[in-house]
Structure formats: structure tokens, C-alpha cells
Design a protein around this ligand. Structure first.
Ligand code: URP
Ligand code: ZN
Ligand code: ZN
Ligand code: ZN
Length: 492
């Protein structure tokens, strides 16, 4: 049993409100919220001058992720990935399950659940990946079974990557099966044929230096895939979630769909918001740090993505944390150097689990792009609602899990990979000064960060079954928040 705790005098921030309140935590849950009029607890933490936020929820991670060919694996496993998340104020992640060559989805689910339960410091769930071959094998039987038995209520479809790319008939059947179960379909929206053609043309022209990766993934491929997936979803009549939206083009399509009343939701990632092609277009192998799919595009895409977050067109910020090192440690399969001078061989992915909240707070809240409530919504509440974790997670309310971050808005912290937990060994935000950082982090009442220092509690994390779309109040279309007041409405 975890100790009971009173968090005294902080400003509680939810997706809708900011108010001064004491918080009582007992048995891993939030027991009360209000004025401490004689509560008793094992310990009291003074949160004066701090925000009390629901723990971050990152619904897009790739920890201990093997590539399709089985030739490499991410540098971060569930231990280091979850440690990075916790250190950055994230208390729940939702990762993915895909069978390795010759492995069933059900076996893959149990393998990954066991590994995460042994290694992870924080709670977790899994999205299930729909294989490209699903219409001709027993994948849908397995998907149905895992969804019913373990509450894995979101399925991911890849529209790119040879071998993973689902043909349209799998999208059609998959969305139909998902609808019948109340499962939320998600797509990696890039037209894989356009990407392959663009990459082949670059190879043909000898343009294989690392930075050319960006030209191999045109924004038009993202736009086409969003429109196609959304059109099929509309025909099937199911909601749809677009992961890692990276372009103004993609955002424009999502906005147009929403204005017609379509329940199409989307996520973007910190790296698309604060880094741009200009940051690596002149680099040689260093550009491999930025290689991920979809790519980090020209910085002109940043403001449309920020606007989409501020107005709610995009409701979530996930990390897509998928890490490969820039050197080659002996204990890891081929990392980024494998593709030196030939971008198609650079394993794609960037780190972000530890930096997500700090980067969003600095560039979003501190710079006046949106308010604190919106920040909490896109990093915790809305991901929890979208993926069936709410209200157990994603808010500060009596009865919710005591996943709590005590946030110091005057942290004056400089981001550096030297102090960070990811095995990536680098961050795209090296040297960035941020004015807010997590001071204390609790997962189900258990302290994981104390005075900014990580408490290594590997294996504390537990698998989280999630509700179906039918078992929750329907996720409404994102509200128009374009007129929300920007300045933080309290002084600290
Ligand atoms: O480049 C990335 N994002 N790698 C991870 C897999 C994916 O496409 O999300
Ligand atoms: Zn993806
Ligand atoms: Zn991903
Ligand atoms: Zn305050």
C-alpha cells in the first residue's frame, strides 16, 4: 500500500479549470480535493507556487520496438523509455503490439505486456497493429479476442512502409470490424506508394544523404492518406484518429473534415512543432538525428500545427518516441550509423518522452500560444478520453488514479541529453531553456520523481484495459477554442 499524502496549497489545473486546492491521496487514488480541514496523512507536500497537474499521457510510444525485418530494435526498452517518460511528468503511455515474423498477435501481446510489467515504471496500454495480411489470415479473430479480453480498444493501420502498408480492402474491413466492437481505428497516414516512388527517384538521382529523407516523404502523401482513410471511415461510419500529423496540408484536410461534422481526430508531436528541415538541411550524418516518418518538414508547417492545437483541431500531443543512437553501442543491433550516407537505411524515429511536457509548456503556455488548461487537455485529458482511460486517468478528481505532477513554473531548466534518461543519447531540444518542469511525479500515489530526481521503480507500471467507444460518452468533436483567453489566469 502506498503512503497517504496531502499536496497542500498548489493550483490544481484540469482541462477546464484552474483553482487553488489541497489534494488528499490515499490508496493510490485521489481521495479528496478542496480545503484541508483536518485531513490526516502520512506525509504533506507543500505545493505553494506550483501547479498540480494530472500525469501526462503519451498515447504514442515505441519502446522495445523491433523493425519489421527484425534487423534492429530501438535503443529504449520499457525500463529506459518509461524512466524518460516519468522524469518528464508522463505517468501513462500507450505503445503498440505487432507480431514479430512468425509470431501471432496474441503471443506478441503477452510478450510485450510481460516485458512492460517487468520493466516499466509507469502504467501502460497497447494499441493493436492490424497486419497487412489481415484479410487473408486469422488476424481479425485475434484482434477481436484481444480487444474483448484485455480492453485493447484501438487498432492501428499503417498506410506506408512496404510489408506493413495495408491495402484499401484491409482498411475497409478493419474499419468495419472496429466499428462493430467500438474500437477506435488509427492510421499512420502516408501514401506508401508515393513515398516509395519519391525515395526511389532520390536514389536514382544519387540524392541519398541523410537530409534527403524529408524529400522522400512529401506532404502530398500525408494529405492523400488522410483523405482516403477519412473517406473510408465516413463510408463505414466510424470515428478515425490520425497519428503524428506533420504538415499544414494534413491539418487543413482534418479541419475541413471536422467542419463537415466528421469525427476525425488527430495528434501531432513536439518535433514537428519546434524543429524544422532548416535545422538539418545542411548537416551530414547529424541529419540522421532528425530522421523520422513522417519527416520533420520546413518550418513553415509549424504555425499551422500550433494553431490546430490552440483551436482544438488537433486534440493531442504524443511523442512517437522511437529511439536509435547516433553511435553504435555493442549491446544494441544496428542503430542510426547503419544508414550513414544512405538515408533509406537509417532507422526512423526520434526521442521525446522526457521532453514533451517541458517543450509544450515553454513553446505553448509560456509563449502565449494557449493556456494551461489547453496544455493539460492535449497532454493528458484528451488522450485519456480518446483512448478510453478517462476518468481513471487524465484528470485530478476524487476517485481518479493519483497520477499527479507537481509542476514548477519557475524551473529555469535547460534541456540536455546528458541528464536525460533515454538511451538515444541525444535530444533535438539540446540547450533549450524551459521555464517549467516537473518537481514531483506520482503514479497511483507512488512517488517517481522527488525534487526533480527520478526514483527508479522499475516494474511499478501496470497494464491498463481501456473502454470501448460504446462504453463512454461519445468523444465530441474538438471544441472551437479560438477565443479562449490566453494569459494564465492565476499568479504564482
Ligand atoms: O519514424 C518513426 N516515427 N518511427 C516509428 C514508427 C512510426 O511510423 O510511427
Ligand atoms: Zn507512424
Ligand atoms: Zn509511431
Ligand atoms: Zn498560481
Amino acid at each position: 500500500m502506498t503512503e497517504s499524502l496531502i499536496i497542500r496549497g498548489g493550483h490544481v489545473v484540469t482541462a477546464t479549470d484552474t483553482f487553488r486546492a489541497d489534494v488528499l491521496i490515499a490508496d493510490g487514488k485521489i481521495a479528496a480535493l478542496g480545503v484541508d480541514d483536518g485531513w490526516t496523512a502520512d506525509r504533506v507536500i507543500d505545493a505553494d507556487g506550483h501547479y498540480v497537474l494530472p500525469g501526462g499521457i503519451d498515447t504514442h510510444t515505441h519502446f522495445e520496438h523491433h523493425n519489421l525485418k527484425g534487423t534492429t530494435r530501438t535503443a529504449d526498452d520499457f525500463r529506459t523509455g518509461s524512466a524518460a517518460s516519468a522524469a518528464g511528468g508522463t505517468t501513462t503511455f500507450v505503445d503498440f503490439v505487432r507480431g514479430l515474423p512468425g509470431e501471432s498477435l496474441i503471443d506478441a501481446f503477452h510478450r510485450r505486456r510481460t516485458a512492460a510489467e517487468q520493466g516499466s515504471m509507469i502504467d501502460f496500454g497497447f494499441h493493436l497493429m492490424v497486419p497487412a495480411t489481415a484479410n487473408s489470415d486469422d488476424s481479425f479473430d485475434q484482434l477481436r479476442q484481444l480487444t474483448a479480453e484485455f480492453g485493447a480498444t484501438s487498432w492501428k493501420f499503417f498506410m506506408a512502409y512496404t510489408g506493413l502498408m495495408v491495402p484499401d480492402d484491409v482498411l475497409i474491413r478493419g474499419f468495419t470490424e472496429a466499428k462493430a466492437l467500438g474500437v477506435l481505428p488509427m492510421v499512420h497516414a502516408e501514401n506508401g506508394h508515393m513515398v516509395n516512388a519519391a525515395v526511389d527517384a532520390l536514389i536514382e538521382e544519387g540524392k541519398t544523404e541523410e537530409h534527403h529523407h524529408m524529400h522522400g516523404h512529401p506532404a502530398a502523401a500525408e494529405r492523400e492518406a488522410i483523405v482516403r482513410a477519412a473517406t473510408i471511415a465516413e463510408w463505414v461510419d466510424t470515428p478515425l484518429f490520425i497519428v503524428h500529423v506533420s504538415s499544414a496540408d494534413g491539418v487543413g484536410e482534418i479541419q475541413a473534415l471536422q467542419s463537415r461534422g466528421r469525427p476525425v481526430f488527430g495528434e501531432t508531436c513536439p518535433h514537428y512543432l519546434v524543429t524544422g528541415y532548416e535545422d538539418y538541411s545542411q548537416a551530414d550524418f547529424e541529419a540522421a538525428k532528425y530522421i523520422c516518418s513522417p519527416p520533420i518538414r520546413e518550418s513553415s508547417h509549424q504555425e499551422p500545427l500550433w494553431n490546430a492545437l490552440a483551436t482544438g483541431v488537433l486534440g493531442s500531443v504524443g511523442t512517437d518516441h522511437a529511439t536509435y543512437t547516433m553511435d553504435q553501442p555493442e549491446d544494441l543491433p544496428p542503430q542510426k550509423p547503419q544508414g550513414r550516407g544512405f538515408f533509406p537505411n537509417v532507422p526512423p524515429g526520434v526521442p521525446g518522452a522526457e521532453e514533451r511536457l517541458m517543450v509544450l509548456y515553454e513553446h505553448g503556455v509560456a509563449r502565449g500560444r494557449f493556456d494551461l488548461n489547453r496544455f493539460v487537455d492535449m497532454t493528458s485529458t484528451n488522450p485519456a478520453k480518446t483512448f478510453g482511460l478517462y476518468p481513471r486517468k487524465g484528470t485530478i478528481a476524487p476517485g481518479s488514479d493519483a497520477d499527479v505532477v507537481i509542476w514548477d513554473p519557475q524551473a529555469d531548466h535547460t534541456i540536455s541529453a546528458d541528464r536525460h534518461r533515454s538511451r538515444a543519447g541525444y535530444t533535438l531540444y539540446e540547450g533549450m531553456s524551459v521555464s517549467g518542469a516537473p518537481r514531483h511525479v506520482f503514479s497511483r500515489g507512488q512517488q517517481l520523481v522527488r525534487d526533480g530526481e527520478l526514483v527508479e521503480l522499475y516494474g511499478h507500471g501496470r497494464y491498463q484495459p481501456r473502454t470501448t467507444l460504446r462504453d463512454r460518452t461519445p468523444t465530441p468533436l474538438p471544441a472551437d477554442r479560438s477565443d479562449s483567453s490566453l494569459p494564465i489566469d492565476c499568479e504564482v
